[in-house]
Design a protein around this ligand. Structure first.
Ligand code: HSE
Length: 440
């Protein structure tokens, strides 16, 4: 980067986040110049469709539909990658790094899958690579984990990091309606994509957890080792039963260090109603970081949306520009040459209490039978409730059990045994109960 007082940006991808970032850079021009001492100028933008009408006026900007023109443009100091996906984005980011450009990206899938390789090549080429916008929109969680809690031994990172899932579960809880009807409302409001599978099946939260855990624990980016479940099977009656027992159902992304290694899991879970994460509702994101020195820290805010994501993108751009200009500390979010080798524990080994619901025939001995099954696994029952039969001519009654702590593999066996009983119809519904007690 030269010594002039103008930092030149090239945008690759110009959708909602790209346009919001562009507009915000213009709107906050004075503020940014005051803070940095120099200006940022967008000189080059790659769009998908050159003919498309946009609200943003791009006069004086080189517009192209070939993103490689931007990453190879000798005028560009920082490539802002907002194209998404992993294939072309991977090629573009690699080409930018090889071509001596610093990179700012919001691409979580790219980092979750190729973060190690990209960070290593960035380090080798003395390139600054930043990705605050990839996780939880405006919340400065990458910076917090990589800078503000340095020197801590992180015990756990637990997040509500998919706004779509959180909105849907909050609405299902408030209105007692099904996943399917809330999904169409979420789509109508623009919270869920036309194809919502990435969000509702947990992949998006899994990508974000891969990034958070790599930074918090200094490990590889290992999305493929994360246990990922979505919210598509959550029923409103289980949310209501859970609430009656003092719990909220939330879609959580959890990275926790245990004696056996690192647990990385994304799934719906019951959390106590009085826990701080239980009251995080709607599209809001929240992340709890527990360090041995800091104690629990809670970060919350807008996890998506043009301005919120632009906030993180611009902060990264300013960071990169400042470091490159002043020769300041080139901190990396992780040190790719010095990764820790915590083993990742299998999800089946993870231990917690469980919420189990079965539909049982209304006859004597069923509760005793359930107790016997759990006792045979040496697991105590914390609570057991038989609910009223559902309206109509139902011949079964819901029975809800809260178990003591046990391994996932054991509860799976318990559920299989219960489902095969003559006294029980259908399968057993089962969710982890998180008590936020880390056994480190
Ligand atoms: N689709 C994501 C969510 C936002 O619902 O949280 C972008 O990461």
């Amino acid at each position: 980067m030269g010594s002039s007082k103008m930092i030149k940006l090239g945008f690759v991808g110009f959708g909602t986040v790209g346009q919001s970032t562009f507009i915000a850079l213009e709107r906050n021009l004075y503020q940014i110049k005051q803070q940095m001492g120099y200006e940022l100028e967008v000189v080059s933008v790659a769009v998908k469709d050159l003919e498309k009408k946009r609200v943003v006026e791009l006069s004086g900007v080189r517009l192209t539909d070939d993103p490689f023109e931007v990453v190879l443009d000798p005028n560009v100091d920082i490539v802002v990658e907002l194209i998404g996906g992993t294939e072309i984005a991977h090629e573009l980011v690699s080409a930018a790094i090889a071509n001596g450009k610093h990179v700012v990206t919001a691409n979580k899938a790219l980092i979750a899958n190729f973060g190690d390789e990209i960070l290593l090549s960035a380090q080798n080429e003395n390139i600054l690579f930043r990705f605050e916008a990839a996780v939880a929109g405006s919340i400065p969680i990458i910076k917090a984990l990589s800078e503000s809690v340095r020197g801590n031994r992180i015990k756990a990172v637990v997040g509500i990091i998919n706004g779509t899932c959180n909105f849907m579960l909050s609405e299902m809880a408030a209105k007692q309606v099904s996943f399917v009807s809330i999904l169409s409302e979420a789509q109508r409001l623009g919270y869920a994509e036309a194809d919502p599978s990435f969000d509702v099946m947990g992949t998006d939260a899994g990508h974000k957890l891969a990034i958070l855990s790599a930074i918090a624990f200094g490990t590889e980016f290992q999305f493929e080792k994360i246990h990922v479940e979505g919210i598509q099977n959550v029923l409103p009656e289980d949310i209501a039963y859970a609430k009656g027992l003092g719990y909220q159902v939330k879609h959580l992304a959890i990275a926790v260090k245990t004696r056996n290694g690192l647990e990385l899991r994304v799934h719906p879970a019951l959390i106590p109603l009085d826990h701080i994460l239980a009251s995080v509702d709607g599209v809001v994101n929240a992340i709890l970081v527990d360090g041995d020195l800091s104690g629990p820290l809670m970060f919350s805010g807008a996890g998506a949306g043009g301005d919120a994501t632009a906030s993180a993108v611009i902060s990264d751009i300013i960071d990169v520009a400042s470091v490159a200009h002043t020769g300041g500390t080139r901190f990396m979010a992780v040190r790719p040459e010095k990764l820790s080798d915590y083993p990742i524990t299998a999800f089946t080994e993870s231990v917690s209490g469980y919420y189990v619901r079965v539909e049982a025939k209304d006859r004597p001995g069923v509760l005793a039978e359930i107790s016997r099954v759990l006792a045979s696994f040496n697991v105590s029952i914390e609570a057991i409730h038989q609910k009223e039969a559902k309206e109509g001519a139902s011949t079964t009654v819901p029975i809800i059990i809260l178990t003591g702590r046990m391994a996932e593999k054991a509860i799976r066996e318990v559920c299989e045994i219960l489902a095969s009983s003559d006294s029980i119809t259908g399968s057993a519904i089962c969710y982890k109960v998180e008590d936020f007690q880390w056994a480190t």
